[in-house]
Design a protein around this ligand. Structure first.
Ligand code: MG
Length: 277
């Protein structure tokens, strides 16, 4: 029996441009279309950022609302996760879209260095974002850029600040944060299992090692994240033609590890989310 894998597609992010890869979806219409293709290819969760008319990242709740509406219409049942990441705004404006009640929102539980800046998540902001999510029935995906963030998430779950079961994403490959390192990855998985036994997890590789993390996650029983936000190439030289192509790469690898892509309904069960309305 193969076990289902929740495939997350991070369609846009805040950094890649059409110059990096013309397939990066920028407008709401492009984002909805790209997500629909990825959904049909096997993704069951979409991680979303929005851009303004110039393509710059924004946390404008009105844009998020339009995107959410399009996704619910064209990708029925798909889990929609909105980013509260720090490149799209400052302080509490990063959580301004939480009242839209997406299925999930991202939540970093600590600070670290990024390639050219500090990724700042003060204790106050982390607590506030988590409380907003809880108040609006939005499940957090904890974005763990280092081990301390995993411990903080488990502590918050125990304290009831995050409604359980916990879902954590281990992010590797961001310059100046955690590199792509197999023993460290295994330690992440073992530590989460020890301190939050009912937690689920996803591995995310940023840049050239995206598919390495996909394979490790399939092998160790976790879930997978891919998409043009994290990496715009299929291999060292070929641009990915679409988000769907990156999803298909995981779908094709699944049987080798006794896995299969989860349907949206299965993904909701696995992550403890209510069935789609
Ligand atoms: Mg993101």
């Amino acid at each position: 029996m193969s076990s289902p894998c929740v495939i997350t597609v991070a369609i846009t992010g805040s950094l890649p441009t059409k110059k990096d890869n013309p397939a990066v979806p920028i407008t709401i219409a492009e984002q909805v279309e790209s997500t629909q293709e990825a959904f049909e290819a096997g993704a069951s969760l979409v991680h979303c950022h929005v851009r303004d008319d110039e393509g710059k990242p924004t946390s404008d709740p009105a844009r998020f609302a339009r995107l959410l509406e399009g996704l619910r219409k064209h990708c029925p049942g798909m889990i929609v996760q909105l980013s509260t990441g720090g490149r799209s705004g400052a302080g509490r404006e990063r959580g301004g879209m939480i009242p839209l009640k997406p299925d999930m929102a991202s939540l970093s539980t600590g600070s670290c260095n990024f390639p050219t800046r500090v990724y700042e998540n003060s204790p106050d902001l982390v607590t506030w974002l988590a409380s907003e999510m809880k108040a609006h029935g939005v499940k957090p995906e904890v974005e763990a850029f280092d081990l301390s963030m995993v411990f903080k998430a488990a502590e918050m779950a125990k304290a009831g600040e995050i409604a359980g079961p916990l879902h954590v994403q281990f992010v590797m490959g961001v310059k100046n944060a955690m590199p792509v390192d197999r023993p460290a990855f295994e330690f992440y998985v073992a530590t989460l299992k020890r301190i939050a036994p009912d937690a689920t997890w996803t591995g995310a590789g940023i840049g050239r090692d995206q598919f390495t993390l996909n394979r490790w996650s399939l092998e160790l029983g976790g879930h997978c994240r891919t998409g043009l936000e994290d990496n715009v190439r299929l291999d060292r030289t070929t641009l990915a033609p679409s988000n769907a192509a990156l999803v298909k790469r995981i779908v094709d690898a699944c049987p080798q590890y006794g896995r299969r892509p989860a349907t949206a309904a299965e993904a909701r069960k696995l992550l403890g989310l209510p069935a789609a309305a």
